[in-house]
Design a protein around this ligand. Sequence first.
Ligand code: DGY
Length: 326
Amino acid sequence: MKVFISKNIPLPGIENLRNAGVEIAINEKSIPLSREELICACKEVDLLLHVGQGKLDHIFFENCAHLKGIALTSVGYDHVDLQAATKAKIPVSNTPDVLSDATADIAFLLMLAVSRKAFYRAQQVKNGQWKDFEFTKDLGTELYGKTLGIFGLGRIGLSLARKAQAAYHMRIIYHNRHRNTEAEKLVNASYVNFDDLLTQSDVISVHTNLTAETQYRFNQDSFRRMKKSAIFINTARGKIHHETDLSEALQHGEIWGAGLDVTDPEPMRADHPLLNMSNVCILPHIGSATLETRTQMALLASNNLIALKNGNKMPQVINSQVYASE
Ligand code: DGY
């Protein structure tokens, strides 16, 4: 079997595939491919190891129905038309668990950085604006004993909750579609409705999938209901918040600050007004970007393809319906 790898991955992932006897074609330059280029590259192979957020839409699946399987290198799969994949009987896998701690680290980093205006303060140093020891200007705020509201308390949210409790004794509340009773026990989290999450949280951190239900869930109305002192953090998907509404909420002082590792669209334009706000910290979607985590993701993705090569089911399959008729 032959795999096309759509962007470079850490070497252990490649070696894993080679050792299992999988032939490899790779987009070495790591330049993002257009849909047509990807379709063309997939014509010659049986498997796709898809790196990044490039869309796999119904046109892709109509043209690549011959593929035996696709391994994503992300836990999120909103960029994939799963219905079309299932219709074409192509199993698709993702990379859960291995990136939870690294992503929660970025949420924690943003929460702390926003609370102390760290990115803005660092920029002042670079701009030569560090003149004096200001005693009352541009003060931050502290997190100790405050309430952290988690929207989507799964593996990543739980990892953040543990860090926030250990570091700052934060009280944890959360809103999910289904209650997470294990997390309730582990971090003493309290389940609340969405309105209570908005009104009670000092920091809200988003850790849910992007779906029709969660798209733009944080909008003008939600920002207005949050505390004026609240910090909004999103490390999940940019479309879960409404970016213009977020900018306005910050400009009008409806919330205090925001930290984003994901924006809408990505990349964010360099002259975006959010980038000049003192209480805003923006990162370029680096939740899983550590050597350790990206290596684990590459191994997990390659193991899913190797399972297929050996005639087995993908362990991390998302559209398990493809196996239903077997
Ligand atoms: C994920 O795994 O979903 C990360 O956001 C990277 O896309």
